[in-house]
Design a protein around this ligand. Sequence first.
Ligand code: NOJ
Length: 585
Amino acid sequence: MHTSHEARRIPQALTAPEWWRTAVIYQIYPRSFADASGDGVGDLRGITGRLDALDELGVDALWLSPFMVSPQKDAGYDVADYCDVDPLFGTLADFDELLAAAHARGIRIIVDLVPNHSSDQHPWFQEALTAAPGSPERARYIFREGRGPEGDQPPTNWESIFGGPAWTRVTEADGSPGQWYLHLFDTSQPDFNWDSEEVQEEFRRILRFWLDRGVDGFRVDVAHGMVKDPTFPDWTPDPQAASMGGDATPAPYWEQVGVHDIYRDWNRLLAQYDGDRALCGEAWVSTIEKTALWVRPDEMHQTFNFHYLETPWDASALRRTIDDSLTAFSSVGAPSTWVLSNHDVVRHATRLGLTAESPQGAGIGSDSPGLPDPSQALQRARAATALMLALPGSAYLYQGEELGLPEVLEIPDDARQDPTWFRTSGERYGRDGCRVPIPWEAHAPAHGFSATGRSWIPQPQGWGEYARDGQRHDADSTLSMYRRLLALRRTHRLGEGSVEWLDVKDLLGAEAAEVLALRNQGVVVLANLGADPVALPSAATVLAASTHLPSAQHGVEQSSVGGAAALLPSDAVVWLVSPESPEFS
Ligand code: NOJ
């Protein structure tokens, strides 16, 4: 780690003001990224050893999913000590080394903060269990008496996001059945009471701990859920809504106005540090307009745009979401963000080809209905990425999407780890299928994930075909496409630009309802979501395309690709420029 008296070369990328407005942020799910220790679980030294690949990819920042001390009941989203590294992932010194190595490459790091709940192994919860009802120890969490004459009914009818009741009854010190505690997630994840000044102060301490170490910011878990309706009403979710929120009538534990005070407080705390440290909220909120409330000027800096992730592969729906996002976020002076995949959802290289609904968090398996043709789904995923990376603002990538990884469907039941699987007795597969350790080298043990060949969830047959080494020098690979798009995004400063929709008929000389055309910083982006190919406009130069562009036949007049006339196939996106005029005329 550098010390303050050392002359440290600060890469230019790290001096950019408000870097988060335009950054491409790559999510690392540490347990599945790279395993240096050989125990089959990825770790911090594994990440440090693979930083060159991320540098080569061309991302601006990394978001690390939790690596703090945890019994791993929810893959680290159950934290027992917020200020130390779990031995599974390494040590604080390993973290410092990783941060310094990333910074030396001009790459920032934001870490995951889990403030809605702790692990039941957190010392505070252990103290609460042995303390009496009404004690200060219990006041750090949400304990209530049960309903009914015996108090044996939960205080509300709330369901856990992972299935089953959201309340668990404790046994008091004298052995009698006692109070109930709230856990919106697993029983091992008791919710904090954010009315408690002690809880608030503890999280200020935790923020300072990581800020003092030099992190560039935080991704804040369940940022829409920390405050509960104090009347604790019964509530039944809309079965169609995403499990993490988004119902038309918000749950009494989502979107409560009190959460905003917490972020105002944290905003002031971060502002005491140099380097534009940022807060990015994981807020699954019902509308884009409401999502923007999380990023008002005195609150968080970014919030995930899950509305974009949830938009179907449909031209008018996507255009509406893009417009609504830009309008809503700019109305509060925040950048829009864009995201297609993360560790909680079916990977977009599978999801975009599904013909059946797959509610967020529920997951899919090999017997799920509506499974896609993998190559068509990948074609669509590449197109979706090429559209997303052309948009102004900041974009999030999830490890492995640059390899075109699909959701893994064939996970043996006894290898599954997601609490969703257990709490629903296998009715919902959960999220293991997007968390399988990623392949680095086609022919190495565990495909380069771990030298010992171990892998905490088995990698499926054929995983080596997606390995990074095979894709690096293949100009047509998904990895090469990501690298090209990221480099162009940077050169053309697309993150700082704006979206101007272009008239498709003017551009193509024909109506094409399923084609989107936009311009950002002089780059024209055409997305063909229709079933038929369309002829590209004349006189344009192709900067990048999500797929091979076939030549036009039968004398169709259109632009040239390397001198040959070209078509934009179905489920494809192209980036074009014209030196002469924006309309290529
Ligand atoms: C959201 C995280 O992304 C997810 O993985 C986790 O299970 C829940 N929050 C609970 O922390």
